[in-house]
Design a protein around this ligand. Structure first.
Ligand code: SAM
Ligand code: SF4
Length: 330
């Protein structure tokens, strides 16, 4: 199952990509991601930044080459830059990337770039300020747009916008969002909403990637592309533009067979699959002492519980996974 320097699951898939949530907290409350009143983890249950660094270092020792920092909102974690600077200098970690809601990027874009972060994903579901406020329950669109500008000014290229598709909420803006991305040489990925956490009415708002592609076709010539960014998105290109239009389709195009990733929550649980409840708690091994061997062994053992896949489509209004996306890390 495991040879030196590689992590293989029981189906022979090589795990080379880890998504590490460094906080479950967030300065937004997006309706599809969180409940209005959220109870966050007590601080002592959250991994320290030193513990995050140790976990990442052990994974890199096991052959992981790509690490995404996520959350919650990773940039609201106090000291996040301390961790990111060290990760940026970690030998063997080829690809350090970040997912953010963009609210703090005006301040952090330049230091993130200097620390060696290769690429940023920024969530953006709408270009209308009032709608943005309704979806995020609290966010300020102008600040996020300034954050997107700041990322470009700091040197980030191919920054990717993530848009969750919601019928009746933002489906009249998909064309505008693609234009916005093309005009700024950004990529954009449309995400099918996933049934994570108990939020009612998801079946009414769900839109498939295919439906969105049909919506875009009268406005853009979409050319299928074989490109792969190491994630679950499938890409299309528009002639004359470098921008890629991606679709993350956990319902209509299940990507489990090539899954190369695991997720670590802010409290040190390793989730081998976003759509299943099985997890390994790495915290006891981390807090037992300074010896990384126990952490390494717990990670290697967790490969045995990585399931072949998930099925979200049956679960939109009765989720089997009751933790929110902000818990598992997007
Ligand atoms: N706060 C950061 C952000 O918003 O980009 C990082 C964490 S967030 C959980 C990561 C991604 O998950 C975001 O792009 C968000 O839109 C997406 N997301 C959250 N809940 C989702 C759901 N139920 N279905 C699909 N995508 C979801
Ligand atoms: Fe926060 Fe990101 Fe979830 Fe929105 S999607 S509530 S920004 S963690």
């Amino acid at each position: 199952m495991h040879s030196e320097g590689t992590l293989l699951d029981k189906y022979g898939r090589r795990i080379s990509y880890v998504r590490l949530s460094i906080t479950d907290r967030c300065d937004f409350r997006c309706t599809y991601c969180m409940a209005e009143e959220m109870t966050f983890l007590p601080r002592k249950e959250v991994m320290s930044l030193e513990e995050c660094l140790r976990i990442a270092t052990v994974f890199v020792g096991l052959g992981v080459s790509k690490l995404r920092i996520t959350g919650g909102e990773p940039l609201v974690r106090k000291g996040a830059m301390w961790l990111i600077e060290r990760l940026g200098a970690l030998p063997g970690l080829e690809n350090l990337v970040l997912t953010t809601n963009g609210s703090q990027l005006e301040k952090f874009a330049a230091p993130l770039y200097a620390a060696g972060v290769k690429r940023i994903n920024i969530s953006l579901d709408t270009l209308k300020a009032d709608r943005f406020r309704a979806i995020t329950r609290i966010g300020d669109l102008a600040k996020v747009l300034r954050g997107i500008e700041a990322a470009g000014a700091a040197g980030f290229r191919r920054t990717k916008l993530n848009t969750v598709m919601m019928r009746g909420t933002n489906d009249d803006e998909f064309v505008d969002l693609v234009r916005f991305a093309i005009d700024r040489e950004l990529d954009i990925s449309f995400i099918e909403e996933m049934p994570l956490g108990e939020i009612l009415g998801r079946n009414n708002t769900f839109i498939s990637s295919e439906e969105t592609r049909e919506m875009l076709k009268p406005h853009f010539e979409l050319i299928p592309s074989a490109e792969n960014s190491g994630g679950p998105a499938r890409y299309w290109r528009v002639p004359g533009s470098e921008s890629r239009i991606g679709f993350i389709s956990p319902h209509s195009h299940n990507f489990c067979d090539t899954c190369n990733r695991v997720r670590i929550t802010a409290k040190g649980e390793l989730y081998p699959c976003l759509g299943q409840n099985d997890a390994t708690n790495l915290l006891p091994a981390l807090r037992a002492g300074n010896d990384d061997a126990a952490v390494r062994q717990a990670i290697v053992d967790s490969m045995g519980i990585k399931p072949f896949g998930h099925d979200f489509t049956q679960q939109m209004d009765s989720p089997q996974v009751i933790r929110f996306m902000s818990m598992t890390g997007g």
